[in-house]
Write a protein that binds this ligand. Structure first.
Ligand code: COA
Length: 184
């Protein structure tokens, strides 16, 4: 009798990298994920979410790895400096199948803020969709006001930089937190 092997759809990645997107593959993955989330899923934009900020923003990706190599981009965010010492993050997106699974969103935020801090940020802000305010609060952000953006309620939020030490790393990696064993 043949041994039953798990279907490939049961595959849950263990190992991820978060890095500044520099190669064409990384940049294409960054924009494809943003388009899928902000145009096709959330309908915040019609066909393309890119804007003038992308001309000077630093794009960041999270990718899961197989055999130690990045396999697929499953997270994206960008950071930019609108005025000296003031940085902003935007377009945070995690692939729907990878949400609340491996702390990808939290690791993207950590990379975004620590990178900006390393580049001289004195303050770091983001406009956060209302349903994600608690998520950011738990990651040491505070709400400093409510606003409407693209017709949706948002909070202007600021990161506590003490919790995001400056670093100059272009890449970090992490493992998915251990799952609880399934009851049999
Ligand atoms: C918001 C988003 C980036 C979160 O990414 P994620 O990878 O699912 O989040 P994480 O796994 O890092 O979450 C870390 C913790 O916060 C919790 N969390 C995640 N989303 C949350 C939310 N919206 N509200 C409260 N808690 C949340 C997770 O359950 C996890 O909890 P734990 O530490 O107890 O395990 C993701 O849901 C997403 O891409 N949403 C669609 C696009 C979007 O809304 N972008 C943000 C615009 S402001």
């Amino acid at each position: 009798m043949l041994t039953e092997y798990p279907d490939h759809r049961d595959f849950i990645p263990m190992h991820y990298v978060v890095r500044l997107a520099r190669t064409p593959w990384e940049r294409a993955g960054h924009h494809a994920l943003r388009r899928a989330v902000f145009c096709e899923e959330q309908h915040v934009f019609e066909h393309d979410d890119r804007d003038a900020i992308d001309d000077h923003a630093l794009p960041i990706i999270a990718a899961y790895c197989t055999a130690g190599m990045p396999e697929r981009v499953v997270g994206a965010v960008r950071i930019h400096q609108p005025e000296p010492g003031i940085w902003r993050g935007s377009r945070l997106a995690v692939h729907p199948e990878h949400r609340k699974l491996s702390r990808i969103g939290a690791e993207l935020i950590r990379m975004a803020v620590c990178t900006a801090h390393g580049l001289g940020a004195r303050q770091f802000f983001a406009q956060v969709q209302e349903q994600n305010v608690l998520f950011f609060r738990r990651l040491h952000w505070r709400s400093i006001g409510e606003t409407t953006l693209h017709g949706l309620p948002h909070h202007e939020m600021e990161a506590n930089l003490v919790r995001y030490p400056a670093h100059g790393q272009s890449q970090t990696s992490f493992l998915r937190p251990q799952l609880q064993p399934r009851a049999v």
